[in-house]
Every structure is written in C-alpha cells, then in structure tokens.
Ligand binder design. Structure first.
Ligand SMILES: Cc1cc2nc3c(=O)[nH]c(=O)nc-3n(C[C@H](O)[C@H](O)[C@H](O)COP(=O)(O)O)c2cc1C
Length: 383
C-alpha cells in the first residue's frame, strides 16, 4: 500500500516533505506501507520562458527517492518540451513526471490547464501519448471524476483509454465544480480500479481526515491533501504528545528558515539565455493569435529549451544550516519564511487548549524570537 502526500501549491515544498517523511519513518513501522510525495505544481509555459523563476517549484534533496514532479499547462509543445527537459536534466533523481488535469483555480483554468484539459479528449490524449513516448521516466496523471456532477461516463471511458500510457492515475473523487470540499465519490475510484489493467496504479484522493480512512478499498494507495497540512503524523497511527508536537514545530520552523536562506543564496534572480528569449518571442506571437507555422512549431519542440539547470541542496547542507541557524540568519529582522510557517503552525496547534489565543497573538508575528517566545510559553503551560 502506498500512501501519498498530495501535491499542494504553497505547502508541499522541500522542508514540509522532509518533515512528513521523517515523521513517517519514525512512527509508521508497517512493512507494507511506503510514503511518496509530490512537488508543488509548475506551469510548463512559464518554465519554458523563465525557468529560473519557476524551477524552485521542484527543488528537491538527495534523500528524496519517491518524488514526482507535477506540471500543468495547455499547450502541447510546452508540456511535452517541459517533460522532456525535466526527464533529461533531473531524471536520475526523481521518480516520475505528472500532468495535472484537475486544478479548479481560475488562474490555472484561464491558461487552459488543470481541469480545463478535461474539455477536449482528443487533444488531451495526444498530449499524454506524446509525453509518454518522449520520456524515460514514468508518466502519471492526477484527475477529477469530471467537470460537473452529471453524467461522468464519457470522461470515465476517456480515462480508461489513457491508462496504457501511464504508470499511475490519481483520482480526486470530486468534480471540478466541487473544488476541494464535498462528498468524495469513492465508488468511482473503486470502479476505475476494476476497469483498468493492474499495470496502471490507481490512487484514491479526497476527504481523508484520519489514518484509519486509508484502509479497506482495493486500490493501490491513498493520497491526503488538506488534512496533512500541519499534521505530518496523519500517515502514521501515532497520536502525538504535546512534546512531539513541539519538537516537530521547532524542526520544521528551523528547516523552513534554512531553506529560505539557501534559496536566497543559490537561486539567481535573473537568467536568460538566447534559446529562452527565442521561445519567449514565439510564445508571445502565439498569444497574439499569430500563426507561427509548422516549421517554427517544430523548431520550438526541437530547440534545446535553455541551459538552466536548477541547483539542488543536499539534506545534510540544509540540516547543517538549520542546526546552526544563528550563524546564517539575522533573527532581529522580519522573515517571510515565518509568515509562511504560520499556516502550518495553526494546524499543528489546532484543537489544543487555548490554541485560539496563541493563534491571535501569532497572527502578526514575523520575527523569530517573538514567535519562539509565544510557542515556548504555550507548550511549557502544557507540561
Ligand atoms: C492549498 C492547496 C494547494 C493545492 N495544490 C495542488 C497542486 O499543486 N496540484 C494538484 O494536483 N492538486 C493540488 N491541490 C489539490 C490536492 O492535491 C488534493 O487533490 C485536494 O486537496 C483533495 O484532497 P483532500 O480532500 O485530501 O484535501 C491543492 C489543494 C490545496 C488545498
């Protein structure tokens, strides 16, 4: 049985994936369960023209073996070219490439990606076929049950037809119109498992709030999204003590600050090579409705996209910075990383006595010592 931390934009960055992995290794002793993770998704059009701005979406470490990089977009050329580029440059350290076919965000839909890809079956199939033939890494898809709650059968059959090209399909058991809440159609996922070859793994996603929810159905794995934000032990049967929670909060906060420091030092603000600029001009022409012609299109996909290769940190490097943070980070200034950290923190403390008061006092804290004082005080009152 495979358990999955869902890809979540703004959440499943390297520090959080590492925290979830470490908690899993410590508290899940089941030999039958492994944990896999995904990156936050990345826009393929953007990656083609400005890789330095987007590639941070898939920053990963040497210790991540079970990691899938997710991309989204609409244009076949850019999705295929991005997949080929990732496969070529990072194929030896990631486990797969995935296309997002379910995001309901207006921003993603507006560029034709995410759930919008469900609208044109033939076009989608051509993209999936071409990518699967062009890369060495396994290809996977993350999909929804359909756009609306009415007849889902045609989409179901379309998906069945895509399975020969994929190593795995994750089904979020909600329609596009349901967003991220509402009842999850577990029967759809079960019927899908029964309808397709075992060569294609089928993962169920949606509405899981407890470790015990990940049992019972005959599917290949379960994926957890919202319930895993700030609750890394959801993939284990372990109920955390206040001390466990405190330790994880501290480890996560320090790792996140170390990661922000590493990024600032290593990811360039500007980078543009001639090939990138060339692609930008072509994309601009296409957006304006210009016909760039078959030859040029061929040129785009054949072109070596850009020489940019994202530098990746090792886990030892990040741990070293996290363990000696005072040598690297000025604690007296405000940190955007701490603002980011709050969204996890509120979930780490949810349900504990007086957590609402702590939440209120943390709401405007961006400074390390102040945040630390509040958290230490809160947990010392519990012991
Ligand atoms: C904040 C947030 C960001 C998300 N970002 C992504 C994403 O980048 N790619 C993706 O495939 N799904 C994304 N999702 C959807 C989740 O992966 C998951 O399918 C959804 O939350 C349903 O699972 P759940 O009921 O366990 O939360 C996101 C969801 C949330 C709440």
């Amino acid at each position: 049985m495979i358990l999955w931390l869902a890809p979540m934009d703004g959440v499943t960055n390297l520090p959080y994936r590492m925290i979830v992995q470490r908690v899993f290794q410590q508290y899940n002793q089941s030999p039958n369960q492994t944990l896999w993770t995904w990156t936050e998704f990345m826009n393929a059009d953007g990656y083609m023209v400005q890789p330095h701005r987007l590639a941070h979406h898939f920053i990963h470490s040497d210790q991540e073996k079970n990691l899938i990089v997710q991309i989204y977009g609409w244009t076949r050329e850019t999705l295929v070219s991005t997949a080929i580029d990732l496969d070529r440059k990072y194929g030896s350290h990631i486990a797969g490439i995935e296309i997002n076919i379910g995001c309901p965000s207006p921003r993603v839909m507006a560029c034709g990606g995410g759930s919008a890809l469900m609208r044109d079956y033939d076009y989608l199939r051509s993209i999936v076929e071409e990518i699967s033939e062009s890369i060495q890494l396994p290809l996977s898809l993350k999909v929804r049950t359909w756009l609306r709650n009415e007849d889902k059968s045609e989409w179901f059959d379309t998906l069945v037809g895509l399975t020969p090209f994929c190593k795995m399909i994750t089904i979020h058991g909600r329609t596009f119109s349901m967003g991220h809440s509402g009842e999850n159609d577990r029967d759809y996922i079960q019927r899908f498992r029964e309808a397709v070859s075992e060569q294609c793994l089928v993962i169920g996603n949606g509405g899981i709030t407890h470790y015990d929810d990940m049992q019972g159905k005959h599917i290949d794995g379960y994926m957890v999204g919202q319930a895993a934000i700030g609750d890394p032990r959801i993939f284990t049967p372990h109920e955390p003590t206040p001390q466990d929670r405190y330790d994880i909060i501290m480890e996560h906060m320090h790792l996140l600050l170390a990661y922000e420091y590493w990024k600032e030092k290593n990811i360039p603000d500007t980078y543009e090579d001639p090939a990138t600029l060339h692609n930008k001009t072509l994309l601009h022409a296409r957006k304006k409705g210009g016909d760039i012609g078959d030859d040029t299109r061929h040129e785009v996909s054949e072109l070596q996209l850009h020489d940019f290769v994202m530098m990746m940190p090792t886990m030892a490097e990040l741990d070293d910075i996290a363990n000696n943070l005072g040598n690297y980070v000025d604690f007296d200034r405000e940190h955007q990383g701490l603002v980011e950290f709050r969204k996890y923190l509120f979930n780490y403390i949810a349900g504990l006595p007086e957590s609402k008061e702590l939440k209120k006092s943390l709401a405007r804290t961006k400074e390390y010592h102040m945040m630390r004082r509040e958290i230490d005080g809160f947990f010392s009152g519990m012991s």
